[in-house]
Design a binder for this molecule. Structure first.
Ligand code: COA
Length: 174
């Protein structure tokens, strides 16, 4: 369903059975960011409902052997008819820098465009500088740090991309 992944990787839509498998990789893939508090925060950010009710707007990437290699959890905004949202995405650190993250986001952009969505939003924590660099590279615009955005002490950086002016909407020069 996604053609341009590195060899040996296959993508499909999420299923409910993926929930524990994705939870199991979060700490190692996020490198233990923000310690125990970060670990609890990440687990709570990804309850089962995303794999039940948003399964058709998210992707799981597996290796030939079935091991989880990457995922993207996203959805179409209920309140903004022209927007979609990437809630959580991760790539196995062994695969970083090979375009897997970009490919998943581009697949999500194509999917939400087909639903008439023009904007994609997401957030990340100010400590996650890799995520900020990644989203900026993909063409997202970053906000200033928003203090207490998700509750006391939970600062966030918000990102938005306008797909109508997104360079991935047209073929990239080779
Ligand atoms: C952020 C993350 C998803 C990027 O995945 P990835 O597959 O390594 O990224 P890609 O190889 O597709 O990179 C896409 C672009 O972003 C850039 N990029 C990716 N990570 C970067 C980093 N740490 N620093 C600077 N640039 C980076 C790449 O250079 C690339 O640019 P290009 O396509 O113009 O050459 C991955 O590092 C990850 O899973 N991190 C831990 C989880 C996380 O923070 N998720 C995001 C928040 S929910």
């Amino acid at each position: 369903m996604i053609d341009d992944l590195p060899a040996g990787l296959e993508a499909r839509y999420l299923t409910e059975d993926d929930h524990p498998r994705v939870l199991a990789v979060l700490d190692s893939w996020w490198g233990g960011l923000k310690g125990e508090a970060g670990s609890a925060e990440r687990a709570l950010l990804l309850p089962r409902l995303y794999f039940q009710h948003f399964a058709s707007t998210g992707f799981l990437v597996e290796r030939d052997g079935g091991e989880v290699a990457a995922f993207l959890v996203g959805f179409l905004s209920q309140t903004e008819p022209r927007a979609a949202y990437v809630h959580f995405a991760g790539v196995d650190p062994a695969l970083h820098g090979q375009g897997v993250g970009r490919t998943l986001y581009e697949a999500f952009f194509a999917l939400v465009r087909s639903h008439g969505r023009r904007y994609v939003h997401c957030i990340t924590s100010p400590e996650n500088t890799a995520s900020q660099a990644f989203h900026t590279r993909l063409g997202f615009t970053a906000s200033a740090v928003k203090p207490d955005y998700d509750g006391p002490g939970l600062d966030r950086v918000a990102f938005t991309i306008d797909l109508s002016s997104d360079p991935v909407a047209t073929p990239r020069p080779v």
